[in-house]
Ligand binder design. Structure first.
Ligand SMILES: *Cc1c(COP(=O)(O)O)cnc(C)c1O
Length: 360
């Protein structure tokens, strides 16, 4: 049995060095005479771990001091609803930019709590692009503007986050965080489910500007209140300690790779390798406008649908796992997050060439 190149969209591959370290210290962590999963989150050992993970993430993303970093739960999906619940007053409007399935879901989940306005959408062209900023119809009195900087399903990414004026910008960065430098100061709040580029599922990282926390209403459950979580250092209740620990190891790993600028260089090279081959192949196709193509998720189709099943079967045999596209769009999708090395992408392209030659 050996680990193979895993193109899963999420939960996704983790760096092997991180898994090895976790394995080595699973039974007994850091002199605690117990597993990191078996000790109190309020003990000084775990608090030290938690603080170090936060420091490393702050350093990696150059998070300004007027932002809190929270380690929460509920998946990104819970935060779709939690965001309007905390930051919009009854009857207030919020602007949503729709660029794919995840931003659609975020808008839908927000509806019970805020008057959702669609400020821009590329739905008419099947989410194959980012609507140009000049076409966004923003409401200056909106509670916030919500964007999804990388759409994991269709592989559409903002390569430049537009300015939205004085209204706080909120970004679901689940599938792009740590893949490239990110200007936190452009946002009021960022959130990311961990299972793409941070660690295991069940952990959500939230980065939120202090002034927004003043909006959190007192009459919602504490467990849904960002200001309460911030006041309690993300330990209002028992946090996902295992996830927090693994996230800390991943942050150290990203630092050891040279940080997010170095990750960006690699991720750009990986994505170019794959897109260049797809475009030149005359066989595979990616439908996304070039300027909006994701560095993290690369969907592609084969010339005929009946080739999908043999492609997947042979890819698995060749040690290339989880290439099936999302059920709503079909085709293939290669998710090439930080933990995927260039060699994995090269192995995929070699396989694709061979498959195309044999099934032309
Ligand atoms: C995976 C993903 C989600 C959903 O995350 P859950 O943790 O399953 O709730 C939301 N947004 C984006 C952009 C994603 O990639």
């Amino acid at each position: 049995m050996s680990r193979q190149y895993n193109f899963s969209s999420g939960p996704a591959a983790l760096p092997e060095a991180v898994l090895q370290q976790a394995q080595a210290e699973l039974l007994e962590w850091n002199g605690a005479r117990a597993s990191v999963m078996e000790i109190s989150h309020r003990g000084k050992e775990f608090i030290a771990l938690a603080e170090e993970a936060e420091r490393d993430l702050r350093e990696l993303l150059a998070v300004p001091s007027n932002y809190k970093v929270l380690f929460l739960q509920g998946g990104a999906t819970q935060h779709f609803a939690q965001i309007p619940l905390n930051f919009a007053q009854r009857g207030q409007r919020a602007d949503y930019v729709l660029t794919g399935d995840w931003s659609e879901k975020a808008a839908k989940e927000a509806k019970p709590y805020v008057d959702v306005r669609i400020a821009a959408s590329s739905a008419a062209t099947h989410y194959d692009r980012i609507p140009p900023r000049a076409e966004w119809d923003l409401d200056p009195s909106a509670a916030y503007v919500h964007v999804t900087p990388n759409e994991t399903i269709r592989g559409v990414e903002f390569h430049d986050i537009p300015d939205v004026g004085g209204v706080p910008l909120i970004g679901d960065v689940s599938s792009t965080i740590l893949s490239r430098p990110l200007d936190v100061s452009k946002y009021g709040l960022l959130y990311a489910g961990a299972q793409k580029n941070i660690g295991p599922s069940g952990l959500v990282v939230v980065i939120v500007r202090d002034d927004l926390l003043e909006r959190c209403p007192k009459d919602i459950p504490k467990i849904l209140n960002y200001a309460e979580h911030a006041a309690q250092g993300s330990m209002l209740n028992t946090p996902n300690t295992w996830g927090w620990y693994l996230a800390g190891l991943v942050f150290k790993w990203v630092k050891a790779q040279g940080g997010v600028a170095a990750m960006a260089e690699r991720n750009r090279a990986k994505a170019e390798w794959l897109y260049d081959y797809i475009d030149g192949s005359g066989y595979y196709k990616n439908p996304v406008e070039r300027s909006a193509r994701s560095w993290m998720n690369v969907p592609f189709t084969l010339p005929r649908e009946e080739l999908d099943a043999p492609f997947l079967k042979e890819a698995e045999k060749a040690g290339l796992l989880a290439l099936k596209g999302h059920r709503t769009v079909g085709g293939m999708r290669a998710s090439i997050y930080n933990a995927m090395p260039l060699e994995g992408v090269q192995a995929l392209v070699d396989f694709m060439k061979d498959f195309a030659r044999r099934n032309g």
